[in-house]
Design a protein around this ligand. Structure first.
Ligand code: NAG
Ligand code: NAG
Ligand code: NAG
Ligand code: NAG
Ligand code: NAG
Ligand code: NAG
Ligand code: NAG
Length: 610
């Protein structure tokens, strides 16, 4: 430490008035003293205690010490006095420092509760009999501003429009700092018409602290969506430059719709009749438009509604171009909707009852929005060809399904059913056969007809119950009985359904008489229509007439042949009779059966004789 100070020495050589001396002293001290060597500076945080050591060596003959402060263009002001001899302290009546200062025994001055107004040059003076030693100290006060905050924020920003984004405020700092705006961490520089920054500094008169306000006007773009705006305050503290950053702020960016879009909301790719369709219109602006005009085919006026438009249970006539626009009709989009359909018509359909032998033309036609193919099922089995009946048979009966599918359209499938019933009156053929060991005879009644005829057997000996039936397939089945008759019997097979009752008989010779091993068949030519007795009578009359004719023919043949071959005429006649039409009367037929059986028996007899 220097003693006495260089400043004091300089001043002593210059005989100048005290005020000027003081000012020059300030000047000289700056000139003569190298910075940081003699001119001391004390940095204090606002509100703390300022400690000002005297920085002078206490002389042995010290009388007293004093502290004063100096402000440019003003007389210096004494604030404290300490007598070295009397050891007492006096504080001058300076309102600013009343009750704030303390001068210790080593002449260190402390000032409580540092204020901005304490930024002055304080001078420690030590006075002896011969000398006055002085040492100035500069006081600096620092106050950190509050964290900057973005206030008066815009609710949203708009593209193509410059708008007040907000104000960045950093309160109560000292010395004056500066504010900087950042967009996603990048400094925002003023740009004409896009970025305008106004700065404003307010000084609190009482405290002397600075409040910084920076207003940002900004023209946003779509890209500013989700962009973080921040601001910082940069200020000087006792340790140098510091920065505090605000919390980031994100703005909703509003921009107009540039494109509208219409779409069908659906889980499926295709639309078919009966579907419900929801059309959705949307715009790409922010906020998105809430209302649209929908142009529906067939509607003369557009429909103003929210973004959704529902079509319930659409028909094929709903196919067409659907459009939507903004309510000012400025932007528009359209979509083509195709409502797929598939019609199938099976003629005839449902339950159809036909008689055997009848013809039945069948047609299945489709009409569809796309090519579709037809397939046929009969009783759940696929049919190769399209059914068509020129002469219905029992096996033609069944459930016919004509179905079609539109492959491209999910769930579009149609089918119609034809339940064909082929009816027929019972028809009977009879046959008999002797078992190989000759112990019994089997008589069969082959029945055809629909609905299934009920079969009843009777014999000259009474009703037979033990008939066995084969399966009823395609309108046919066989009922069989086993008999071992003691004597010649006539078996009668009666088949009856809703349409008719048919009766047929067969003579079976006694078991002792070997029958032909060959299967003998006998048709139901002697049909007996219970419901139509008149027919029967006519039949008998015709039969009698035919019998007369047969007799005539037989006679003629007999007469003719007698000339050449004698004895053979009876056989010949029988064969001719056999060739008669089968629809002949039962009398004729019964006779025929007799002749036939006799003939066979004759043959057997010849064999056994041989
Ligand atoms: C000054 O300091 C001394 C000791 O440091 C203390 O005793 C005294 O009360 C203080 N006076 C004031 C006015 O603060
Ligand atoms: C002066 O005295 C005060 C307390 O009275 C003390 O804190 C300080 O360190 C002293 N300074 C010097 C330079 O001795
Ligand atoms: C269509 O909507 C109607 C009424 O909202 C509903 O009754 C019907 O089941 C819907 N149809 C389909 C195929 O979803
Ligand atoms: C479409 O056809 C249905 C009947 O299938 C009819 O009720 C409806 O009015 C028609 N719609 C239009 C727009 O022609
Ligand atoms: C549909 O039918 C038309 C004419 O019948 C034919 O030209 C076309 O190729 C068919 N399309 C398909 C996918 O089979
Ligand atoms: C039984 O029929 C056979 C021919 O099949 C005949 O020869 C015989 O005389 C008949 N018997 C009686 C008792 O009628
Ligand atoms: C069956 O035999 C009887 C006599 O026993 C005869 O009257 C009848 O005509 C014969 N019927 C047939 C179908 O041969």
């Amino acid at each position: 430490m220097e003693s006495p100070s260089a400043a004091s020495r300089c001043r002593r050589r210059l005989p100048l008035p005290p005020v000027l001396l003081l000012r020059l002293g300030w000047l000289f001290s700056a000139l003569c003293l190298r910075p940081g060597h003699g001119l001391h500076t004390v940095n204090t945080v606002y509100g703390d205690t300022i400690i000002l050591p005297c920085h002078l060596e206490i002389p042995n003959d010290l009388m007293f010490g004093k502290w004063k402060y100096e402000i440019a263009n003003k007389p210096s002001e004494f604030i404290a006095f300490r007598s070295a001899t009397k050891k007492n302290v006096q504080y001058d009546d300076v309102p600013e420092y009343k009750d704030r200062i303390n001068l210790s025994e080593n002449y260190t001055l402390s000032i409580n509760n540092a204020r901005i107004s304490d930024e002055k040059k304080f001078v420690c003076m030590l006075v002896t009999e011969e000398n006055v030693f002085e040492q100035p100290t500069i006081v600096k006060v620092f106050k950190q501003p509050s964290q900057p905050e973005i206030v008066s924020r815009a609710e949203f920003l708009e593209t193509e429009q410059i708008k007040m984004l907000g104000q960045c405020v950093a309160k109560d700092g000292y010395p004056q700092g500066s504010l900087i705006w950042f967009k996603n961490g990048v400094v925002m520089q003023p740009v004409d018409g896009t970025v305008i920054i106004y700065e404003q500094t307010n000084v609190d008169k009482a405290s002397g602290l600075y409040t910084l306000v920076s207003s940002l006007e900004y023209k946003a773009t779509k890209d500013d969506t989700d962009v973080q705006f921040t601001c910082t305050v940069t200020y000087f503290g006792p340790a140098g430059q510091e920065t505090i950053r605000s919390e980031p702020v994100v703005f909703d960016i509003h921009y107009p719709t540039e494109r509208v879009k219409i779409e069908v909301i659906s889980q499926k790719n295709t639309i078919k009749e009966g579907d419900n369709i929801t059309l959705k219109c949307s715009g790409n602006g922010n906020p998105p438009p809430q209302e649209f005009l929908f142009y529906i085919p067939g509607e003369p006026e557009p429909i103003r509604t929210s973004s959704l438009y529902a079509l319930i249970d659409v028909r094929r006539n709903a196919s067409g171009e659907y459009r939507c626009s903004l309510t000012d009709e400025s932007l528009m989009d359209s979509i083509i909707i195709t409502v797929h359909y598939l019609d199938l018509s099976l003629i005839p359909n449902g339950e159809v009852v036909k008689q055997i032998g009848e013809a039945l033309p069948v047609s299945c036609t489709i009409s569809s929005s796309r090519n579709a193919t037809i397939s046929w099922l009969k009783d759940n089995a696929r049919l190769r060809s399209i059914p068509s009946f020129s002469s219905l048979q029992y096996q033609d009966a069944g459930n016919y399904i004509c179905e079609t599918t539109l492959q491209e359209v999910e769930g579009l499938k149609k089918r119609q059913i034809l339940t064909l019933i082929v009816q027929g009156k019972p028809q009977i053929k009879m046959s008999k056969r002797t078992s190989t060991d000759g112990s019994y005879k089997t008589v069969a009644c082959h029945v055809e007809g629909f609905p299934k005829p009920a079969v009843q057997w009777t014999s000259t000996g009474g009703v037979i119950n033990k008939a066995k039936e084969t399966k009823y397939i395609n309108g046919k089945f066989t009922s069989k009985v086993r008999i071992a008759p003691e004597e010649n019997v006539t078996l009668t097979c009666i088949a009856e359904n809703q349409l008719e009752r048919t009766v047929n008989s067969l003579n079976v010779s006694a078991i002792s008489i070997p029958d032909s091993e060959d299967l003998e068949e006998k048709t139901d030519d002697n049909r007996e229509n219970v419901s139509d007795q008149a027919k029967l009578i006519v039949g008998i009359v015709v039969g009698l007439l035919l019998a007369a004719l047969v007799a005539g023919v037989a006679y003629w043949v007999c007469m003719k042949k007698s000339k050449e071959v004698s004895g053979e005429h009876e056989k010949e006649a029988a064969q001719n009779i056999q060739n008669l039409p089968r629809s002949a009367s039962k009398h004729v037929d019964k006779d025929l059966g007799n002749i036939e059986e006799n003939k066979k028996l004759e043959e057997n007899n010849h064999k056994s004789e041989a």
